[in-house]
Design a protein around this ligand. Structure first.
Ligand code: ADP
Ligand code: MG
Length: 506
């Protein structure tokens, strides 16, 4: 069941332009490096000088294949480049080379977890296609009065346009999809994912309908370049469309822009149809032919995919699927987890700490896990001291807090993941943890004699609670455990306290 907004169901489909991480352009040898002086990276092909011809960049094709494999899609053995004709000053050819009827990547899906109320639900968004195309140039308005400048550096930059089916049902789901897609393209390294520089830009197609009804008319919000704006833009658009319909107006299909300053979407133009572009196969480019052997070679050279790694974590470390997915949010988090899990031999505890304490602190300080002041070896040593009953969970959190101070972390020299895995520095980490436990006096009291004396004293001082407990009021036990923990300065092992109390009270 998707959640309704004022009785309406929200329907969203995404088109994402991922800039491919090649060095040169999709049909020329000009560089795609970001930030160069205008028109210094546009060669004759990019400027559409007469007589020039496009030549396919094999690196761009290879990245499209990698993407197709990553999302379990069909890689077309034969796909076609088409001319999408339109006039714009930053498009000197008068057409964009794209793929239309037969795209290189067909189908596939993207799955992710979503919090819905108290539950964590797995969602799957089906992909329609992903096709190769070139980017256009850029019009510059700011530095000119009464004129516009044209910068063709971006013309011919390779893009993969990734199109979903209209499968998303809320802005939360849309943002979760976009984040997952972002993770996939950066993980496999086909796109640097830099949203500010425009390397990963999303268009959200949004419509609303009464549950079970026909699909509503959509409006397309263009070029969303941050996850925060994405959420705001969709939420605003949904409310706007519902208001229109409730006021008796029909929704006109349109392309709209989100203005972060006002938080509103604004119509830019009414939507054109495919027919307006007069698509036809580009006679300058032969069909793109991809043999099975090429696909298999790319497959064999690809690093382990996040979802494959997550499956391995479930199998090898007996983790719940949710944990495995969270821990494979990035390669660095996964490596941190594996190092800690191997060093302490308790994967589920390592997972709990990483998804809990570690993530919380990283988020609070906007830090990447590579900068975490607590190394995987230290975390592993800490977990070891909880499971051998040296310290309680509570005390462990205090040790962790202490370790997180950046100054202390500097003392750990050469503590790389490889060394930790090799066990070289495991001993050092353990010594550090023990030193902190000692210095803070956090060791649990595991000496029964000492503890028994405390318990006897507390029982003698609280006869009323003892009586009530014996009369069947189990809550009276709390009145005893509290003072015992206090008398032990928090060092008593709660499990042991419970066991001894039960023995003494019969
Ligand atoms: P175009 O290429 O003209 O933009 P497509 O039919 O390829 O149109 O659709 C583009 C995107 O719009 C796809 O992601 C698709 O899932 C989505 N979409 C199509 N119809 C709707 C709708 N009624 N509501 C929301 N999204 C839609
Ligand atoms: Mg479109």
């Amino acid at each position: 069941m998707s959640k309704l907004v004022q009785g309406y169901e929200v329907v969203i489909g995404f088109e994402t332009h991922a800039q491919l991480s090649t060095k040169s352009k999709i049909f020329s040898r000009a560089s795609v490096a970001f930030g160069a002086e205008p028109n210094t990276q546009a060669c004759a092909v990019d400027m559409a000088l007469p007589g020039t011809l496009p030549v396919m960049n094999i690196g761009a094709v290879e990245r499209a294949i990698e993407f197709g494999l990553a999302i379990n899609a069909h890689i077309a053995e034969r796909s076609i480049f088409a001319r999408k004709n339109y006039f714009y000053p930053d498009l000197p050819k008068g057409y964009q080379i794209s793929q239309f009827e037969i795209p290189v990547v067909q189908g596939g899906e993207v799955s992710f977890f979503l919090e819905e109320g108290q539950e964590t639900v797995r969602k799957t968004v089906r992909l329609e296609r992903a096709h190769l195309e070139e980017d256009a140039g850029k019009s510059l308005h700011e530095d000119f009065i009464g004129q516009s400048g044209i910068d063709l550096n971006r013309a011919g930059t390779p893009l993969l346009e990734i199109v979903t089916q209209p499968d998303m049902r809320s802005s939360d789901e849309a943002v979760a999809y976009a984040k997952e897609l972002h993770k996939i393209v950066t993980w496999i390294g086909i796109c640097d994912g830099n949203m500010q520089e425009g390397s990963f830009r999303c268009d959200a197609n949004v419509s609303v309908r009464k549950p079970g009804g026909e699909l509503g008319t959509r409006r397309e919000i263009k070029n969303l370049n941050s996850f925060k704006f994405m959420q705001q833009a969709i939420d605003y658009e949904v409310r706007w469309q519902i208001d229109q319909i409730e006021d008796g107006h029909a929704i006109q299909q349109a392309t709209v822009l989100f203005d972060p300053d006002t938080g509103e979407t604004r119509a830019m133009r009414t939507k054109e149809d495919a027919a307006d572009y007069r698509y036809f196969p580009d006679p300058d480019l032969p069909p793109l032919v991809i043999g099975r052997d090429w696909v298999e070679r790319v497959r064999s050279e690809m690093a382990e995919l996040p979802r494959v790694m997550a499956e391995r974590f479930v199998k090898d470390y007996a983790l719940p699927e949710y944990d495995a997915t969270q821990l494979t949010q990035s390669k660095a988090v996964a490596a941190y987890f594996e190092a800690a899990a191997k060093a302490c031999g308790q994967p589920k505890l390592a997972s709990n700490w990483i998804m809990g304490e570690v993530s919380r602190r990283l988020n609070a300080s906007e830090m990447a896990i590579e900068q975490a002041p607590v190394s995987p070896a230290q975390l592993a040593a800490l977990i070891g001291r909880i499971s051998d009953n040296t310290i309680s969970n509570n005390a462990a959190r205090q040790v962790f807090d202490h370790l997180w101070q950046p100054k202390l972390a500097e003392l750990v020299i050469g503590d790389t993941l490889e060394e930790v895995t090799a066990g070289v520095l495991a001993l050092n980490a353990l010594k550090q943890i023990d030193a902190i436990i000692e210095a803070k006096g956090l060791k649990q009291m595991n000496d029964t004699g000492e503890l028994e004396k405390i318990i006897d004293d507390v029982l003698a001082a609280n006869p009323k609670n003892v009586e009530e407990f014996k009369a069947g009021n189990t809550k009276a036990l709390n009145g005893l455990v509290g003072p015992i923990m206090k008398a032990s300065k928090g060092k008593a092992n709660p499990g042991q306290v419970n066991a001894l109390l039960m023995k003494k009270l019969g």
